[in-house]
Design a protein around this ligand. Structure first.
Ligand code: 5AD
Ligand code: SF4
Length: 473
């Protein structure tokens, strides 16, 4: 069956489940772990659930169905899932709540085996390649009252046209490609998300145009490796249809930049090795593309990078940063760093600190290396003891925080364009928004400003946010 026929079939199942649920006032709760790609998948699960007659609740106790969308990039997510399943056991016994677990962790056999053995009350297990079949799976559970496992291990396909219920009406995520072919030696993603495949330009452009019509102002393009959008298709002569001049990541940025109504474009995550000049030029010339670029470093040491299979050296990373800084005015950078990769010595870790000092990142997402079953990193012999990993993490964190403090001071007195997102969570009298560089700014203002890009003068800085005042100039 081709993908559009499969989606049509699921539409039938949505109708069938809705009929079973009619007049029942049913509720669902959803817990999402991990990255923005997973959040975007959850928005699709929410879209399907709402079409099937469920209403969202954040109170687990009143839910008729609980869905978990799991992540397996690091170990702590597993502890979280098993903790939650323990909690849900009581609700299962008391009121027969339906429990469905999906996402990346379900592509790992040792995890699904553990669930089936220790948590046999779970109703549905679904993987990353079967998310679109959720209505069919749920229908089977409702009709046949049996447990169901729907997990396949394939290269992966792209399914268009799933219902979607977005979390925000200001900022929207658009997945442009799925999967990863890089096989960094610490990373489980290529094993659970399959091979790289890109959406057709026409589908992406039309989705963004539609979002603009609905009033969305900010678009984040998502993919495990966004800047290799359409690369595999070009290299392997896989058919794709050029649309509005889009045949690469750079041309995609240029085409989206032309869409009226959209004011900001972000993208995560690119790979430094695929940061070609055309992409740098597109960021520089497209006024809507934010000048904050996320450029995952992982390690600042060439030997560790080689062991990680990252395909660049410390020097190449720094040269790329210099080239980007020279070509893109007001560029700011954020990054991901892993400490304690197998074999990393104190000296090699110093190289990471050196790159952090040299680049001056706007934001650093720091991770302690976590062994992932099935990856080459897990099989390496020279694993780093936990206490050393933690010491390195603390050292990096102290450096990053001192840099952020210093960097924040540079904002005070400047005028920043801010997309106003809503009331501040901690102080309802204030509004909150974000700068181009994704810094949170809170300020006093009228609620009518929500969903507009306005100018603010930054009056003070606080570790994780700035305070601003409306600038009339
Ligand atoms: N251990 C720690 N961090 C990891 N990441 C990916 N795999 C691991 C791992 N096994 C981090 C990388 C990646 C981010 C999304 O998660 O820094 O860029
Ligand atoms: Fe994982 Fe590397 Fe692929 Fe990113 S590029 S998803 S870190 S394998």
């Amino acid at each position: 069956m081709d993908t559009s026929a499969e989606i049509k079939l699921q539409e039938q199942y949505i109708k069938k489940v809705k009929k079973i649920n009619v007049n029942k006032d049913l509720k669902y709760t959803i817990l999402t772990m991990g990255c923005q790609l997973n959040e975007n998948d959850s928005e699709k699960l929410c879209g399907m659930l709402e079409k099937m007659g469920y209403i969202r609740t954040d109170n687990q106790k009143e839910a008729d169905i609980a869905v978990f969308n799991t992540c397996c990039v690091r170990e702590n997510a597993e502890d979280k899932l098993f903790g939650k399943l323990g909690e849900l056991k009581r609700l299962k016994e008391e009121k027969g709540i339906i429990i469905a677990i999906g996402g990346c962790m379900m592509q790992e056999k040792h995890i699904t085996d553990k669930i089936k053995q220790s948590y046999p009350f779970v109703d549905i297990l679904f993987g990353t390649h079967t998310l679109h079949k959720f209505p069919e799976d749920l229908h089977k559970v409702l009709e046949e009252k049996r447990k169901l496992e729907d997990i396949i291990d394939i290269e992966g396909k792209i399914y268009e046209g799933l219902p979607i219920k977005r979390d925000s009406n200001i900022k929207a995520s658009v997945t442009i490609m799925n999967g990863c072919n890089n096989f960094c030696s610490y990373c489980i993603v290529p094993y659970v998300r399959g091979r790289e495949r890109s959406r057709q330009p026409r589908n992406i452009i039309n989705e963004v145009k539609d979002l603009a019509k609905q009033g969305y102002k900010e678009i984040t393009l998502l993919g495990q490796n966004v800047n290799s959008y359409l690369r595999v298709e070009r290299e392997k002569n896989i058919l794709f249809e050029e649309y509005e001049g889009v045949n690469s990541f750079a041309t995609l940025l240029t085409a989206i930049n032309k869409i009226d109504g959209i004011e900001r474009i972000r993208f995560i995550s690119p790979h430094p090795k695929d940061f070609t000049d055309d992409v740098i030029d597109a960021i520089a010339t497209c006024d809507k593309v934010c000048k904050l670029v996320h450029l995952p470093l992982q390690s600042g040491n060439t030997k560790v990078l080689k062991e990680m299979n990252r395909k660049y050296t410390k020097e190449q990373y720094l040269e790329l940063v210099e080239k980007m800084k020279a070509k893109i005015p007001n560029l700011t950078l954020s990054t991901d760093i892993i400490v304690g990769f197998p074999g990393e010595t104190d000296e090699e870790f110093e190289d990471t600190l050196d790159v952090v000092r040299k680049v001056g990142f706007e934001q650093v997402y720091m991770f302690i290396y976590s062994r992932r079953v099935g990856t080459p990193g897990d099989k390496m012999e020279n694993q780093i003891p936990e206490d050393i990993k933690h010491k390195r993490f603390d050292k990096l964190k102290a450096l990053v925080e001192s840099q952020i403090e210093e960097n924040n001071q540079k904002y005070v007195g400047t005028i920043q364009k801010v997309l106003v997102e809503g009331e501040s969570k901690n102080n309802k009298q204030m509004l909150t928004g974000r700068t181009d560089s994704n810094k949170v700014v809170i300020f006093e203002g009228n609620k009518e400003l929500i969903n507009q890009v306005i100018k603010l003068k930054i009056v003070s800085e606080h570790m994780w946010y700035l305070k601003g005042a409306i600038y009339e100039g």
